[in-house]
Write a protein that binds this ligand. Structure first.
Ligand code: ADP
Ligand code: ZN
Ligand code: ZN
Length: 735
């Protein structure tokens, strides 16, 4: 060993922020290693994957100096180090979401990498290189591209007009079926063409759920033959994920399609990020750093000289507010805080469906009306909705009935003693599944056979209350059993939800059946409402949307509006030819007990802008996002009392900081039990932090986070022992 070359290396490891250790430790290296180099280092008795983040001390160690530092085990240098931009991205994310850098970095790398030593890693890299060299290059056959319509062309022109360092993030606001994907394809083609032979461009396309969008993958593959396209999502095996990651990291993959984790893909020549359905809640991770892939995509693009295009028919109010007033026109009468007149995003608009296919007509059915309350079946399906379903059957057209609750009935109930099928481990009911006669908790998975009699009083007559997709499927089949169909056979009702698609490949098979016209009435959860390009559906019925109207979560209405617009977007996608053939226009029917609710008025007019304006005004008045910024401190404990005691101490510690006036405008709400107070025998409570500005919130969180360790340590032992974990959720999506 050449002692003069010995140096101290800072290595980031997967150690969570709450360990006093920190996540960056110092090791002894035989030679200086570039930041971003993968290494294996000893920790305790085991060897761990880590990432070099720099030299701990610029001065080389004096060979004679005694040192307690442990040496690096080995260096995984078969590929180039992770680049500085990637290190910056993960450091920012860790900082912003109040996590340890090493934790964020290691979670962003494919997990299989942790199990490889330097030799195995080199073998994987070699295999990939050989694979690419021997793969027959797909001939670049020209694919017919549709001519853009006027709106698409205008959007593309506007996008191209902004370039270079001053280009803003763009929001493509386009109604369902307006041809947003075609715009993505053009923008991707531009980015790929802008690359050079030595640094060919890479493009990242994020989708909320890649398993539901094989159509998108197919469209990219068809449009870009000969370009390496890889997918990065949780449906891959660890080895597949490693290979896809490696293809991105080495720059060989031109196009990376992925779900929220893919925002951390190592892509040395990233030129463009597209975020499809940017409003979708699944972009927000619900574990780990709880990052928002959409927000990080915007940050990442801006810091890597790449462009970013967000697209949606119902943009998040955050993005929408940023895209307002792009022309410098004041937003009439609206107080918009730090968003005021920002025009931070470029707004690109597609108002018409492709080839002017009309949007479905929206019909509201009042469930308080006598017709809807006559008997049990009318309370489920309004007679007018039933007639519309029958008319569809008679015309040979498909309909979709959307109910966001799977199972047969949400709860089983004993009329004699009042027993309900509660979950022993959660504050939730166990759902009755009729197919296998089980009671299942959808939160912790607890499953039992349905009891023959009431477990409390022995009453044999226990009944399901309410209905889920299974019961809806059964009742629709019964209600439509006598209805004449265009195909002459009996009505074919099918159901697609998480239960029907448990087996691998079953979702694809069931969707194929729908596309092939083998189904008349499709019952489904939100799984079928998003993204699918169904060509035969002419009627969408939503029997029970009301639950979200009066939720304690202020974003519930925004999510409902998006879901209804998406669901409506599944109807009438086949265009005017189908309209001409049919004697009916496509329709979205919504059953509600609150037909005068403003949300439905906006829905009727397909008027996202009206909905957004009204909701933003409400949010401004209430000081809610995007007019303020939130963080949630969540605590999980063995008892609710311990969780509350811990949060109360955290509240006091936070209040003490605020009294020192460290963070102007920040305020703390008293701790409360979580909406689902018990989950899998763990008690949950939370504390909300509000701030008018992001910077103030970040400054407060930093100090508070540091103080919380001391707070925890000072608590009575029995509280400390009962607390399982705590974490800060920055920009929480579900309150
Ligand atoms: P969105 O993503 O906005 O819902 P899509 O991009 O899926 O819409 O477009 C809907 C359909 O219209 C697709 O089948 C697509 O191939 C087709 N399409 C898009 N743009 C055009 C165009 N300019 N000319 C003809 N067809 C188009
Ligand atoms: Zn009973
Ligand atoms: Zn449970």
């Amino acid at each position: 060993m050449d002692a003069s070359a010995l140096c101290r290396l800072s290595v980031a490891l997967d150690l969570p922020a709450h360990l006093a250790l920190g996540s960056v430790l110092t090791y002894l290296g035989e030679r200086p290693l570039a930041a971003g180099t993968l290494v294996r280092v000893p920790l305790g008795k085991a060897s761990h994957l880590g990432v070099v983040v720099g030299l701990a001390d610029e001065a080389p160690l004096d060979g004679a100096e005694p040192t307690a530092l442990r040496p690096v085990d080995e260096v995984l240098d078969a590929t180039a180090p992770l680049n500085p931009a990637w290190l910056n991205l993960t450091r920012f994310a860790a900082h912003y979401y109040q996590r340890a850098w090493g934790e964020v970095m290691l979670a962003a790398l494919p997990s299989h990498l942790r199990r490889l030593d330097a030799t195995q890693w080199a073998a994987q890299v070699g295999k990939l290189k050989r694979g690419l060299a021997s793969a027959p290059a797909t001939p670049a056959r020209p694919v017919a591209m549709p001519d853009l319509n006027a709106e698409q062309a205008a959007a593309l022109r506007a996008w191209r007009a902004e370039a270079g360092a001053t280009a803003r993030p763009a929001l493509l606001f386009g109604v369902t079926g307006s041809g947003k994907t075609e715009v993505y394809l053009r923008v991707v083609a531009d980015a790929l063409a802008a690359g050079t032979a030595t640094a060919p461009s890479q493009v990242l396309v994020l989708v909320p759920e890649i398993n539901l969008t094989p159509q998108l993958e197919a469209r990219f593959a068809e449009r870009f033959p000969g370009q390496a396209i890889v997918s990065l999502h949780s449906g891959l095996t660890p080895v597949q994920r490693l290979r896809a990651w490696l293809a991105a990291h080495t720059g060989q993959a031109r196009i990376v399609l992925g779900t929220r984790m893919a925002v951390f893909a190592s892509m040395p020549n990233l030129r463009l990020i597209v975020v499809d359905e940017e409003h979708d809640p699944s972009y927000k991770a619900q574990d780990g750093a709880r990052h928002s892939a959409r927000d990080l995509a915007v940050w990442r693009a801006q810091h890597e000289g790449a462009r970013v295009l967000l697209g949606s028919a119902t943009p998040s109010l955050e993005s929408w507010a940023h895209a307002q007033n792009a022309g410098g026109v004041p937003m009439a009468g609206r107080r918009v805080g730090e968003l005021a007149g920002s025009g931070r995003y470029q707004l690109l608009t597609l108002r018409e469906r492709v080839a002017s296919a009309p949007l479905p007509q929206v019909r509201l059915l009042d469930m308080n009306a006598p017709a809807a309350t006559a008997d049990e079946s009318s309370r489920l399906i309004h007679p007018v909705a039933l007639a519309a379903l029958k008319a569809c059957l008679a015309r040979g057209e498909q309909s979709l009935v959307l109910l966001n609750r799977r199972g047969y009935a949400p709860v089983l109930h004993c009329g004699a003693c009042g027993w309900k099928s509660e979950c022993a481990h959660c504050s939730a009911w166990r759902v009755f599944h009729r197919t296998d006669r089980t009671l299942r908790c959808h939160h912790c998975g607890l499953t039992h056979r349905v009891p023959r009699a009431c477990p409390e009083c022995g009453n044999l007559d226990i009944k399901p209350l309410g209905h889920g997709t299974q019961k809806l499927e059964e009742q629709l089949a019964a209600l439509l059993a006598q209805a004449p169909t265009a195909h002459g056979g009996p009505v074919r009702v099918a159901r697609i939800d998480a239960d029907s698609t448990r087996l691998k490949g079953s979702l694809q098979a069931q969707l194929a059946g729908v596309h092939a016209g083998e189904v008349d009435v499709l019952v489904g959860t939100q799984m079928v409402a998003k993204g699918h390009d169904f060509r035969r559906i002419r009627l969408v019925l939503v029997p029970e949307p009301d639950g979200a109207l009066f939720s304690h979560d202020f974003r519930a209405a925004e999510r409902l509006f998006a879901l209804l617009m998406q669901a409506g977007g599944r109807a009438g996608r086949a265009g005017p030819e189908a309209d001409a053939q049919s004697d009916a226009t496509s329709e979205l029917i919504v059953q509600t007990s609150f037909p005068t609710h403003p949300l439905f008025a906006a829905l009727k007019g397909h008027d996202f802008e009206a909905f957004a304006a009204a909701t933003l005004t409400e949010r401004a008045q209430a000081g809610l996002p995007p007019h303020s910024h939130l963080a949630l401190l969540r605590c999980e404990a063995r008892t609710q009392a311990a969780a509350m005691a811990w949060l109360n101490a955290a509240f006091d510690a936070g209040q003490a900081l605020l009294d020192q006036a460290a963070a102007p405008g920040v305020s703390l709400c008293p701790p409360v039990p979580a909406a689902m107070a018990r989950l899998a025998n763990v008690e949950r409570a939370q504390l909300l932090v509000e701030a008018p500005r992001r910077a103030a919130l970040q400054a407060f969180l930093r100090d508070w986070h540091a103080a919380l360790h001391a707070t925890s340590a000072a608590l009575p032992q029995e509280v400390g022992r009962a607390v399982i974990r705590w974490a800060v959720d920055v920009d929480p999506q579900v309150i």
